[in-house]
Write a protein that binds this ligand. Structure first.
Ligand code: MEV
Length: 301
């Protein structure tokens, strides 16, 4: 029997926004937070069914400008089929939307993998990544490609637009990290376009973020938690300078620091969404988790 296809969330540890301008950035997949896609044969026309949003629609009812419509069109071309078959494409997701964890790219990759499985046409990771990147352009405006790449390859990476990605060998899964949802929705396309509008004021900070990422790669390689935390704080300061933080994120990040976290910063586009916190050790991570949960926030480990 065919398995359900899926793709994970991602979090950017260092370098968001600057990566759009050619600087390197470091991201990891969150393997336990996933989007699932499954095709079930039906005796009626093709329907897209989303468990999270309650969407239940035919292909013709989809917004022609939407990412999912474009994805289905690209998949029909890729698989050389002129019509979608009579099936239900069922989607469900654990990934919060518009929250910096790559929900859009995970949806694309999960659907591409499911079509490839259902139509028994092998697609390489490279091809899956290329198709997902096309859809990112609809969701993000000027995507760097880091989200779809981390999510397709499901491995920690350092990425830049010119050099593509290199897998990181450091065991990042051992970091006592928390990923916390501020609950504030923020559309990547808006934040990325504001940074672009202000590029002349932002460019010095963007360069600084780029050099910080190179130092962070060394610190991750050495497992130097104190240094990693310090660099997270410094990255957050630079992100505030390019105006992608917000008062709520500053407040939550301040709480991490007051409670002894080694570092904390927003992750993804910012102005809401998720932030990450580096605890001193696993026990400290549990304490920090309780603090945020008692404030009603959703915490991922
Ligand atoms: C979004 O997850 C990361 C940004 O750097 C945009 C991008 O790289 O495409 C803000």
């Amino acid at each position: 029997m065919n398995m359900t296809s899926s793709a994970p969330a991602k979090t950017i540890l260092f370098g968001e926004h600057a990566v759009v301008y050619g600087e390197p950035a470091i991201a990891i997949p969150l393997l336990n937070i996933r989007t699932y896609a499954k095709i079930h044969p039906s005796d009626k026309e093709f329907r897209l069914i989303s468990e999270n949003t309650g969407m239940n629609t035919t292909y013709n009812e989809l917004d022609p400008a939407s990412g999912i419509k474009k994805l289905l069109d690209l998949l029909m071309d890729e698989l050389s089929i002129s019509n979608l078959p009579p099936v239900n494409l069922q989607i469900s997701s654990d990934i919060p939307i518009a929250s910096g964890l790559g929900s859009g790219a995970a949806l694309s990759v999960a659907v591409i993998r499911e079509f490839s499985q259902y139509f028994q046409k092998h697609l390489s990771n490279e091809r899956i990544n290329e198709i997902a990147f096309e859809i990112e352009k609809i969701y993000h405006g000027f995507p760097s490609g880091i989200d779809n790449t981390t999510i397709t390859y499901e491995t920690p990476i350092i990425f830049s637009k010119s050099d593509g990605f290199t897998r990181l060998t450091a065991d990042i899964s051992k970091l006592p990290l928390l990923i916390i949802d501020s609950g504030i929705h923020s559309e990547t396309v808006n934040v990325v376009s504001d940074v672009k509008k202000n590029y002349d004021n932002n460019k010095t900070y963007i360069k600084e973020i780029g050099s910080l990422v190179k130092t962070a790669k060394e610190a991750l390689g050495n497992g130097n938690l104190k240094e990693i935390g310090k660099l997270m704080n410094e990255n957050q300061r630079l992100l505030s300078q390019i105006n992608v933080s917000c008062k709520e994120l500053d407040h939550y990040i301040g709480i991490a620091r007051q409670n002894g976290a080694l570092g904390s910063k927003l992750t993804g586009a910012g102005r809401g969404g998720n932030f990450i916190v580096l605890a001193g050790d696993p026990e400290h991570r549990t304490q920090l988790k309780s603090i945020y949960e008692s404030m009603g926030l959703r915490v991922f480990l």
